[in-house]
Design a protein around this ligand. Structure first.
Ligand code: GLN
Length: 314
């Protein structure tokens, strides 16, 4: 069956983004920087950018869309796809697919549920996914970075070493999650190695344009439109989008589905990506976070854009 087509919006997309960006930066700054990772607390809070990449190869952007920032939990989308490539169906016996309704770093459900994290996008789930990468690659960190470079077409993508060191130094909560899973027999590799990988993937820096381009395959049934590369099967692309819809915005996922209606993922660096199946990807960034750990201004811009263009998949 043909994909539903979204009416030609690209013509005025640049203007639309410029207007939304202008209105966004005119609002009083809402939220706070993620300060539990000290290196993230020193970022200039007024930065703000938005980019949209479409399946036909167009990119429209406004504001600081070319400024690289810490992708943080947005990395969990890439690591999940990489793990699904390696693990196949066996992954889903070790991590669930239910929304948690809890903050991203919550530990309580993990004990009740015997070390099986609720979904791959809360920290526990992403640490589990990191374990599968460490177990399957002889060098999981370069493999992960290579995957991102290939998807984005940007060979210069790097990790921010300062953020990486800061995450490791202040990662007690994540270490607790990893040790709890290890105690239940749900981690294969050494806890230290798993955390090293997890902190590494969170510390990669990308800009809005890179991010929007990299994730186009999720809007295109698993195939990267520019190269024709099959990143994952259509079924797996649907599955990733499904879990993004229910869990990508943590305990704000329900509200996001209600008000925006797109599969999306946030990170505490202030980035949010949203997949528009059959059309493209939106990436927005601004560092201050709301109480759920989601960027208030990125959320505001994506809500405006999705509302204006009628993008909800529901
Ligand atoms: N590196 C962060 C952490 O583990 C990622 C959290 C996030 O972006 N929500 O706490």
């Amino acid at each position: 069956a043909a994909m539903p087509t979204i009416p030609a919006i690209s013509e005025h997309l640049g203007e639309t983004l410029a207007t939304i960006h202008r209105d966004a930066v005119a609002r009083p700054v809402q939220g706070r920087l993620a300060d539990y990772i000290p290196a993230l607390a020193v970022v200039v809070p007024s930065q703000c950018g938005i980019a949209v990449a479409t399946l036909d190869g167009e990119v429209a952007a406004a504001g600081d869309a070319e400024t690289a920032f810490s992708i943080q939990s947005i990395s969990k989308v890439f690591s999940l796809v990489l793990s699904m490539q390696r693990m196949g169906a066996s992954l889903w016996s070790r991590v669930g697919m239910e929304p948690s309704g809890q903050p991203f770093n919550s530990i309580v459900q993990l004990e009740w549920e015997h070390g099986i994290p609720r979904n791959p996008f809360i920290n526990a789930g992403a640490i589990l996914v990191a374990d599968t990468l460490v177990a399957h690659f002889s060098a999981s960190r370069p493999a992960f970075l290579g995957f991102l470079r290939k998807l984005s077409g940007n060979e210069r993508l790097m990790v921010n070493e300062e953020v990486l060191a800061s995450e490791s130094l202040h990662g007690s909560r994540n270490a607790a999650l990893a040790h709890l899973m290890k105690s239940f027999g749900n981690l294969e590799a050494e806890v230290g190695q798993v955390l090293d990988h997890y902190f590494f993937q969170c510390s990669v820096e990308m800009n809005c344009t890179d991010l929007a381009r990299s994730l186009l395959f999720l809007a295109n049934r698993g195939t990267q439109p520019s190269s024709g590369e099959v990143v994952c099967s259509q079924r797996d692309a649907h599955r990733v989008n499904a879990i993004l819809s229910t869990s990508g915005m943590y305990d704000q996922s329900g509200q996001f589905a209600f008000s925006v209606g797109l599969p999306a993922k946030s990170g505490v660096g202030g980035g949010i990506v949203a997949i528009v199946p059959g059309y493209g990807v939106i990436a927005a960034w601004s560092p201050p976070l709301n109480a759920h750990g989601n960027s208030s201004t990125a959320l505001w811009m994506i809500t405006r854009l999705a509302g204006k263009l009628g993008l909800s998949i529901y």
